[in-house]
Design a protein around this ligand. Structure first.
Ligand code: SF4
Length: 321
């Protein structure tokens, strides 16, 4: 990537223009659209299933221990790093670090995951608190195991909720007043964001997924990160806590274009959804059919689940003969 600022600018122009075209051609305003990795992954995997989710599925599903794990773990690690700034690099005890942050999160009205933890504490919901602490400490332990300790020089946590609720999630809008916003879901950045480029984005997952998911996630985060920071990253590092995997995906122009396309596709599908939700014409079977709510009523999904394809979901296709 020789011109990371120019690449981000070109992506900005291309994605903004494509979104303008989609919104101008929509038969009715699709309403506010937030594009994060979950929406981009869903729309890319099966447009029919994505549209069928409707308002309930497109919105934030609400916090749960699994969903809150990363947010709590980043906040706990951020607090741990803050506590020892200028001192020794003391390896965090994952569960103690998480519990310490959760004990301090007492503000019910705080923004983000801190408010949810504050509510659980006010309601004395110890079972959910324990489940959230366990999931978050697993996330934190995996993050530190894969990235090493001390953490790589120049690492900065992203998407951090601070107990003063000032943590800001990185977002990009195509233009002022646009109903579309894009969120970068990277967990950390290595290296400063400078005009010369060179920084990497880190996406951590507690458990490994298949290679398509790794590449899809890296593609989306490369584009979202370039739009949010106005400088393209040099690479996206996707890690997995359970296997200690660390996949570095180099970012180039084609990847940014593909990531921008994923963003625009979410907006396009939301515009189409104003007219129709599920449509078998663009139902796209994959391993996701196994847990899709429509699997009993969707002919392509039913056929796929009844055929040999289901046995290959997530596995390489073996050539016979
Ligand atoms: S069953 Fe499969 S193909 Fe059908 S809508 Fe769901 S994910 Fe798409």
């Amino acid at each position: 990537m020789t011109d990371p600022v120019g690449a981000a600018d070109r992506l900005h122009d291309a994605v903004s223009g494509a979104i303008d075209d989609v919104l101008a051609a929509a038969t009715a305003p699709p309403g506010p659209i937030f594009v994060g990795w979950a929406a981009a992954g869903d729309a890319a995997a099966c447009p029919a299933a994505y549209r069928a989710q409707g308002e309930d599925g497109w919105g934030f599903p609400g916090w749960s221990p699994a969903l809150a794990a990363g947010a709590i773990a980043r906040a706990a690690l951020d607090l741990h790093l803050d506590d020892q700034r200028g001192g020794a690099d003391r390896l965090p005890d994952p569960l103690e670090a998480v519990r310490g942050w959760m004990r301090a999160a007492t503000s019910v009205g705080a923004r983000g995951v801190a408010g949810w933890v504050g509510e659980l504490r006010a309601e004395r919901d110890t079972a959910t608190l324990a489940a959230a602490a366990a999931a978050a400490s697993r996330w934190l332990a995996g993050f530190v195991r894969v990235l090493g300790w001390p953490l790589p020089p120049g690492l900065a946590l992203l998407n951090v909720t601070r107990d003063d609720a000032q943590g800001v999630a990185p977002r990009w809008w195509p233009r002022k007043g646009s109903p579309v916003s894009v969120g970068s879901g990277a967990d950390a950045r290595i290296g400063r964001v400078r005009g010369a480029g060179g920084h990497r984005l880190v996406v951590h997952r507690p458990a490994a997924g298949d290679d398509r998911e790794v590449h899809g996630r890296a593609t989306f985060e490369a584009a979202a990160g370039a739009l949010v920071h106005r400088v393209a990253p040099v690479a996206v590092v996707v890690t997995a806590g359970d296997t200690s995997e660390r996949a570095r995906v180099e970012v180039d122009g084609d990847m940014l274009t593909a990531g921008g396309g994923m963003i625009v596709e979410v907006v396009r599908q939301r515009a189409v959804a104003v007219e129709r939700g599920y449509d078998p014409a663009d139902a796209t079977p994959s391993a996701r059919c196994r847990w899709c709510d429509l699997r009993d009523a969707c002919p392509p999904g039913r056929d796929w689940l009844a055929g040999a394809g289901r046995w290959r979901g997530g596995l390489p296709v073996v050539e016979i003969g």
